[in-house]
Design a protein around this ligand. Structure first.
Ligand code: MG
Length: 411
């Protein structure tokens, strides 16, 4: 048991950001995930802001990839400029354990001995002061090592072999826990454990610092982790976190489309993705589905990205007689790519003939199928124009649509 620490003891921090993120395909910038932006700040900056604004934070050692630490790329230098006077930047090693050990050695060099240290992965940017308080308080109470854990809610199966036909067995999830970082330790205890492991052949099998401390006989205390402190491993994780964190706003867009009945072609005609018998066909480059075209334009309108002709120009042969469901699928996928979702779609079909009523439910179901929305979020209405105008004279068919989207708020 260490000598009674003072509750004024500061918690030093080793922020590990030396990974290359093999499972995260880097975005256009080509930088590893810890340099990617979440709400205008890199994941590293999120962590640093949380540590630096926490009153009990001690020294901070930022461990960067070896090739960057001594020669920071200019964009990273700029991004870290606000922090450089308050942190120490060092180079990581080949493995996670090597990087953590480099951080611990750096701390050990300081004149004032480090008593407590928390080792954190920069891939977990949503750190709370509450969790830091809980880690420190466990150390104050004499814990040698303390880690945040969460229960497992999915049923967990273990493969019997790599052959998918070999079967699998269920593991009792009540005995399992998910382990997070930061993991906090009495500094001397974790430094000694890392030093002992430094030349071990099985070093790579130690995936966190608690395992290393435990292998050296340290007792690990558990505290309740934080669901918000998710780890970003894949690019999709970052997209999902951006969505969660961004303030969403509601936007609407409108769309309108007309197609002319042909004197030469016969039906059926496509309306909202359903083939409807009609004596006359429609003149169009694609299948002439006014319902789908108006809905696409409503979605593009809310996104502010242009119109259907911009994405699927009639001048391009590949869209000749194209089924328009792919256009709506594209529009709906564009909403997802923008980090948003469709709240509601409403389309009004304007024609004397064919009668829409008998097909309304089928149309709603088809639109739901194309967009992945619940049909309760889709409205299909129809009206005649009382014999007036081109629709009244049955020269063509028109559609108006509104799309309501939830999108990340922008300036
Ligand atoms: Mg059209």
């Amino acid at each position: 048991m260490p000598s009674a620490p003072s509750s004024n003891t500061r918690l030093d921090i080793i922020l590990l950001a030396a990974g290359t993120g093999q499972r995260f395909s880097p975005e256009a910038s080509g930088l590893p995930k810890q340099f990617q932006k979440l709400q205008q700040k890199s994941l590293i900056a999120h962590c640093l802001d949380q540590f630096l604004s926490w009153p009990k934070c001690g020294k901070i050692i930022l461990v960067l990839p070896p090739d960057m630490a001594n020669d920071l790329p200019s964009e990273i230098k700029d991004a870290l400029a606000a922090y450089t006077h308050r942190i120490t930047i060092i180079a990581g090693g080949e493995s996670r354990a090597d990087s953590a050990l480099n951080g611990l050695i750096e701390l050990d060099r300081a004149e004032e001995k480090s008593r407590y240290v928390a080792i954190h992965d920069a891939a977990r940017p949503r750190l709370s002061h509450c969790l830091l308080d809980a880690l420190k308080s466990a150390l104050d109470d004499g814990a040698e090592g303390v880690i945040p854990v969460l229960p497992v809610s999915d049923t967990i199966r273990q493969k019997i072999s790599d052959n998918p036909m070999a079967g699998s067995r269920v593991i009792d999830r009540n005995s399992l826990m998910r382990v997070q970082t930061p993991q906090a330790f009495q500094t001397g205890r974790i430094l000694a454990a890392h030093q002992k492991l430094a030349n071990a052949e099985n070093k790579a099998s130690f995936t966190d610092d608690a395992m290393i401390a435990e292998a050296d006989g340290a007792k690990i205390t558990l505290i309740t982790g934080d669901e918000a402190l998710k780890k970003i491993t894949y690019a999709e994780d970052l997209t999902a976190m951006r969505q969660e964190m961004s303030q969403m706003e509601t936007r609407t867009g409108s769309g309108y489309d007309v197609h002319k009945f042909s004197d030469e072609k016969t039906g059926p005609i496509m309306i909202c993705g359903i083939a409807i018998p009609h004596p006359k066909g429609l003149l169009a480059h694609s299948d002439g589905d006014v319902g789908l075209h108006a809905l696409c334009d409503a979605i593009f309108g809310a996104l502010g990205t242009g119109d259907i002709g911009h994405f699927f120009p009639p001048s391009e042969a590949r869209w000749k007689e194209a089924a328009s469901d792919q256009f709506l699928k594209f529009a709906s996928d564009s909403v997802k790519k923008a980090g948003g979702r469709i709240i509601h779609l409403d389309v009004t079909l304007i024609c004397e003939r064919p009668k829409i009523g008998p097909y309304r439910e089928q149309m709603k179901d088809r639109l739901a199928e194309i967009t992945g929305l619940a049909s309760s979020r889709i409205s299909v209405k129809a009206t005649t124009s009382e014999g007036l105008g081109f629709t009244g004279r049955q020269e063509g068919i028109a559609a108006m649509a509104q799309a309501t989207l939830s999108l990340p708020a922008t300036e």
